[in-house]
Design a protein around this ligand. Sequence first.
Ligand SMILES: Nc1ncnc2c1ncn2[C@@H]1O[C@H](COP(=O)(O)OP(=O)(O)OP(=O)(O)O)[C@@H](O)[C@H]1O
Ligand SMILES: [Mg+2]
Length: 286
Amino acid sequence: MFRQFIELYGACRNTAGYLCFLAQTVPQPEPVVEMRDLTMQWGPRPVLDRVNLTLRPGERLAVVGPSGAGKSTVLRLLAGLQLPTSGELRLFDKPQDYLRLDQTEPPDVRLVFQNPALLASLTVEENVGFLLRERAQLSRQEIRDRVNACLEAVGLYDVAHLYAGELSGGMQKRVSFARALIDDPQRGDQSMPLLLYDEPTAGLDPVACTRIEDLIVKTTSVAQGCSVVVSHVRSTIERTAERVVMLYDGQFQWEGSVDAFRSTDNPYVVQFRTGSLRGPMQPAEH
Ligand SMILES: Nc1ncnc2c1ncn2[C@@H]1O[C@H](COP(=O)(O)OP(=O)(O)OP(=O)(O)O)[C@@H](O)[C@H]1O
Ligand SMILES: [Mg+2]
């Protein structure tokens, strides 16, 4: 009995030692996003004041905060539409010193705007396949097949030939998700996109919200990517993200899991959850 115990104890110790060894030797994947002491300033007060943020592969993050806090600014910086005033932004381990337009090989970042922003004079197929037609060396049929696969992934059938303006608002939103799903084959199979969604469910009825939330999770997992969702809508925050950061007064005031977001007594999160006028977040004095 004692011998068996000693053997078992030894085996456990060996296993634990082996696991420690593995943990030390298996390299951590590079972060997809790294903001270091990043500042964004237009007027006298910075919108983002030396903020730090790390996003690891596969993570789904929600950025919340009151209107004007700088949430869309975070997305525009990640999308390469703006450059920070100071500090560092790295995407996929590469410093982002130039705007996306000025980069020869921009990182795989896809922004889904609040407004679907489709080109009304193009068909659904042309909208979704736009980048492939511009950049990739694919035949018409190959592009058509890829576009149809993305449309099916978001639950749209037989709409490829319609003009974007002929669709309902909800369908247009789905098309904009399909556009974010489309892959550029020149990037190779190793690419893992960063998907950004700005207030994807604002102004939608609760059922439409649920559909879009499911779509965000699905789009991110089909594209095998990371996501950052900006939203004021509780169900969207809780259903699409694993981690939440609360932005206010230029800083990430709170950060934690979705579960912690539901239960924390942090005064910023409590005020956000309850919609109370009292609390640390107050409109700027004029
Ligand atoms: N290009 C710009 N030039 C000057 N100021 C800007 C610019 N873009 C944003 N700002 C300012 O930065 C602040 C944050 O704007 P941002 O759009 O990021 O807020 P937000 O958190 O997304 O708000 P909302 O919830 O209302 O969409 C605002 O005060 C805004 O006026
Ligand atoms: Mg915004």
